[in-house]
Design a protein around this ligand. Structure first.
Ligand code: 13P
Length: 250
């Protein structure tokens, strides 16, 4: 099966609304590539202006987080329904920065994944090991555990339509990219885990991204690997380099 590549930028806590609109304008001519799905996952306050700024282009907009409740007394949170109404199509769930700094656990993330599907959003579920776990040799076991807990009670049809991002924590923002072989090994293990929990059709359909210091220089090699279906790009998504990553195949 050939899976369409998906290149998503994760802007993290960068770009004021006016800077966001300017960046969209700058990137517009650089990210036109119909062979891949292009997504900007942006801070909540940038969603409305960015949806407007990318209208009529090949770019879809994603959120970086959401809450699982529909509405009510949850000060500071944003619901899936709000995102959908604003024109958002994707939502990052379980980024390691949220797991670490904001103590989001598998049980909460599982609720968020369920809610995202219920609302019609495509979740980009992140997983990844710490340097300590890698050095202890428990990377694959840990990631299988994360995936199984976060996807508890999620159906095969839902998994087929979601995105999983493998982001080794030691490679995020450090300039230390996983080698393409290391990234392929874990992405394949994730696919094998999906095949084991669901079936091979589901495993063949789910798109698995690599994230962690992906840039214009290393994207093509990573994206050439059979189980790497895209990238979740942090730092390099905020500059013209993102266009080079999106056009890695040109
Ligand atoms: O965390 C990431 C994307 O979600 C990766 O960030 P960097 O590309 O800056 O390493």
């Amino acid at each position: 099966m050939s899976r369409k590549k998906i290149i998503a930028g994760n802007w993290k806590m960068n770009m004021t609304p006016s800077q966001a609109v300017k960046l969209c304008e700058e990137l517009k001519p650089l990210v036109a590539n119909d062979d891949v799905d292009v997504v900007y996952c942006v801070p909540a306050i940038d969603i409305v202006p960015v949806v407007e700024a990318v209208k009529g282009t090949n770019v879809e907009v994603g959120a970086e987080n959401m809450y699982f409740e529909e509405k009510g007394a949850y000060t500071g949170e944003i619901s899936a329904e709000m995102l959908v109404d604003a024109g958002v199509k994707y939502v990052i769930i379980g980024h390691s920065e949220r797991r670490d700094y904001f103590k989001e656990c598998d049980c909460l993330l599982n609720k968020k994944v369920k809610k995202a599907f219920e609302a019609g959003l495509t979740p980009i579920l992140c997983c990844g090991e710490s340097l300590e776990q890698r050095e202890m040799g428990i990377t694959l076991d840990f990631i299988r555990l994360q995936i199984k807990s976060d996807l508890k009670d999620i159906t095969a049809d839902q998994v087929k339509n979601m995105v999983i991002a493998y982001e080794p924590i030691w490679a995020i923002g450090t300039g230390k990219t996983a080698t393409s072989d290391q990234a392929q090994e874990v992405c394949k293990a994730i696919r094998d885990c999906i095949a084991e929990v669901y079936d091979t059709d589901t495993a063949e359909a789910v798109r698995i991204q690599y994230g962690g210091s992906m840039n214009a220089g290393n994207a093509a090699e990573l994206l050439a690997k059979p189980d790497i279906d895209g990238g979740l790009v942090g730092g390099a998504s905020l500059k013209a380099d993102f266009g080079k990553i999106v056009n890695y195949n040109k």
